[in-house]
Design a protein around this ligand. Structure first.
Ligand code: GDP
Length: 295
């Protein structure tokens, strides 16, 4: 992951490491290289520009050139700033509800159903919770079936009403079922479309309003680059979601989505998906991601 960006930055910092004495020109050249690397990783132009401008200002403010190891200080500045850009601290998940209701949103194919299973498995095995998975896709019977396969594989019950065409009712009934049967987390998997459309947005907005989830999570395929940012913005405008799940980070993907989405919608990235298996889930650590990007 992020080889591209990491390689580029390695090269950029190499310029600095090679010099005993660093000049303002070196710093400017390196930051130009950092900016190019961010652009190559699909980070939006303005975000990349603002980022390097900020690092440059800090470098000047801290008098980088007069310190003993200016290269290292600049690397640290870039790393700190990149960490900050991706959210700074780890964003937890709010499990305060009784039951806690978690609504999954996102386009079809983003990895919602897979992630719903991963999250249920994570809460079951790591947080000692009793989760219930809810199939709220009323359009594709295969989607309901897929959730059953996922639920079976991790030993988590799935709630569905195949004959009911009202997702609001299904979700509400599922919460009642959870309360009556001792489930303390309800994960509602919703219908996605291949692209944003009004009907889908209206439907998920209705479900959101009716069940008032503690956590509304937006799932997005990290491989979709700038499109990921636009989709995130649309969903956030309608749902004011609580966090982002970045899936498919195991693929040949660039790191730009993590940076851009956080900057544009200003919501934390909470988890990442790193494979198709149920245990391929990681809490998102901004600092680790920054270190990984920088190599
Ligand atoms: P949904 O339509 O949003 O529910 O998406 P699915 O959960 O069905 O996922 C779409 C495809 O992406 C499936 O083939 C999944 O196995 C795959 N997938 C989901 N998450 C990941 C991930 O983190 N890494 C990889 N490599 N594949 C994933």
């Amino acid at each position: 992951m992020f080889d591209n960006l990491s390689d580029k930055l390695d090269k950029a910092f190499h310029i600095l490491k090679g010099h005993g004495k660093i000049t303002e020109v070196n710093v400017a050249e390196t930051l130009k290289e950092v900016r190019r690397a961010l652009l190559d990783a699909d980070v939006n132009f303005k975000i990349a520009k603002d980022f390097t401008t900020k690092v440059k200002e800090k470098a000047i403010g801290q008098d980088v050139l007069t310190t003993l190891q200016p290269g290292q200080l600049l690397v640290k500045l870039v790393k700190d700033e990149l960490t900050e850009l991706m959210g700074g601290d780890v964003a937890g998940i709010n499990l305060s509800g009784n039951p806690t209701v978690i609504l999954m949103s996102g386009l079809q194919g983003s990895g919602k159903t897979t992630f719903s299973g991963k999250l249920a498995n994570y809460l079951l095995t790591k947080k000692n919770k009793k989760p219930l998975l809810v199939a709220c896709d009323i359009y594709r019977p295969a989607a309901i079936q897929q959730l059953y396969v996922v639920g079976d594989s991790i030993g988590v019950e799935v709630y569905s009403e195949p004959e009911n065409k009202n997702p609001v009712e299904i979700a509400q009934n599922a919460i009642k079922h959870a309360k009556a049967n001792g489930f303390n987390v309800v994960i509602v998997d919703t219908a996605g479309r291949l692209a944003v459309d009004e009907e889908m947005m209206n439907e998920i907005e209705r479900v959101h309003k009716a069940i008032q989830p503690q956590e509304t999570l937006f799932v997005v395929d990290a491989m979709t680059g700038q499109d990921a940012v636009n989709t995130a913005k649309t969903f956030n405008d309608r749902l004011n979601f609580d966090g982002v799940i970045l899936t498919k980070l195991d693929g040949d993907t660039r790191g730009g989505a993590a940076i851009s989405i956080k900057t544009v919608v200003n919501k934390p990235i909470k988890f990442v998906g790193t494979g198709e298996k149920m245990d391929a889930i990681d809490v998102f650590y901004p600092i680790r991601m920054a270190e990984r990007i920088l190599g």
